[in-house]
Unconditional design. Structure first.
Length: 364
């Protein structure tokens, strides 16, 4: 949902356009998704109505249900690029989202426009699903652009997280596979707050939304209760992770997108070596594993954090940035042009400013 929220501001202020929201009925109900969508305050229509409605434009960040909808679909990545870093369950093409199984039904290409983040993704698409090449557009990454736009507000983000002057902010982020940081060590958050003195460090937890939706808020907070009692700051799944990256002095994580974005903007990173088990060679996570300091969960966490802090980069890493976006700062403008072209409307003449991520609101 966050990916959609990154781009609909390019449309929703136009009096010629009405934005409606919908949640695909996949037969599997993710906890809290519909509640999250309704909390946005937009017009939410049931899926039974959505599949009977003709739309002038459909924007999606995953392929669930899009083949059922009547209207030109713009399909965007829901993470850092479409070339996923994890090997698929079959060890083959499932390692990325640019194959016919996700983009085609029979001999029909589903998306009217396939938004790619980098030029390398066009090359991969040509190999895996050449039928979709005419629909592809290199648009960059709107989420990365918002992270960069938020860097000047680092101080405000740190205040919102509760960091005191002189404290180092350590962001600990986990994705959701068995080889994730949390999957390798469910006690990792407690271990971090125990290892890092609270007078010197503030530890902030960012958990993948699928952890929250797979187990529920009550269960996740119960697992984290001991760590929270010792000072762990927990961000909700809806928003906050991008601001936390801008605020961070170091990021501890795994093969997930959040650590990749951290490395791209130049924050010192520690990558759990146990997460490399299912990382695809040559992927963004593979490259980040060579940029990041290795995190070994059986060794002193404080010593590893201190070593990472000693090599602070401060500047974006060009190699990692190039794997995340080859259109930095331009994503929203490219996507707006695509949206209006598909709707057959003239594009507004005003610019498309990139909004920084909002201040984080930790779970209290």
């Amino acid at each position: 949902m966050n990916r959609i929220l990154d781009v609909i501001p390019a449309l929703e202020s136009d009096f010629r356009v009405q934005v409606v929201l919908g949640v695909p009925d996949t037969g599997y109900r993710w906890y809290g998704v519909e509640e999250r969508v309704r909390a946005l305050g937009g017009l939410v229509i049931p899926w039974t109505q959505a599949v009977r409605t003709r739309f002038d434009l459909v924007i999606a960040a995953c392929n669930w249900g899009i083949a059922e909808l009547d209207g030109p679909v713009v399909l965007m990545p829901h993470g850092a690029g479409s070339l996923r870093s994890r090997v698929g369950h079959d060890g083959g093409s499932g390692g990325h989202g640019l194959h016919p199984g996700e983009l085609m039904r029979g001999d029909r290409v589903i998306p009217a426009a396939l938004a790619l983040a980098t030029d390398d993704e066009v090359v991969a698409l040509a190999r895996s699903c050449p039928e979709a090449i005419p629909r592809s557009i290199v648009a960059g990454d709107p989420s990365f652009d918002r992270i960069l736009a938020g860097v000047p507000y680092r101080g405000a983000y740190r205040n919102a997280l509760g960091a005191r002057p002189g404290q180092r902010v350590v962001v600990a982020t986990t994705s959701w596979s068995e080889h994730s940081l949390f999957g390798n060590d469910p006690l990792v958050f407690s271990r971090l707050v125990e290892a890092l003195p609270t007078e010197d460090y503030l530890v902030v937890a960012v958990l993948h939304p699928f952890i929250w939706r797979g187990y529920g808020r009550r269960q996740v907070l119960a697992w984290l209760a001991a760590a929270r009692a010792r000072g762990l700051v927990v961000l909700p799944p809806e928003e906050g992770w991008r601001a936390a990256l801008a605020a961070a002095d170091v990021v501890v994580g795994d093969h997930g997108s959040v650590l990749q974005y951290a490395a791209a903007i130049g924050v010192p990173t520690l990558m759990n070596t146990g997460s490399l088990v299912d990382v695809r060679p040559g992927s963004t996570a593979d490259v980040v594993s060579r940029v990041a300091s290795p995190l070994r969960l059986d060794r002193s966490l404080q010593a590893q954090v201190e070593r990472a802090l000693a090599v602070r980069a401060n500047e974006p890493d060009p190699e990692v940035v190039g794997l995340i976006t080859t259109r930095p700062g331009a994503a929203l403008g490219i996507l707006r042009r695509t949206f209006y072209g598909l709707m057959g409307l003239s594009e507004p003449t005003h610019g498309v400013p990139v909004s920084p991520a909002p201040r984080p609101r930790p779970i209290r």
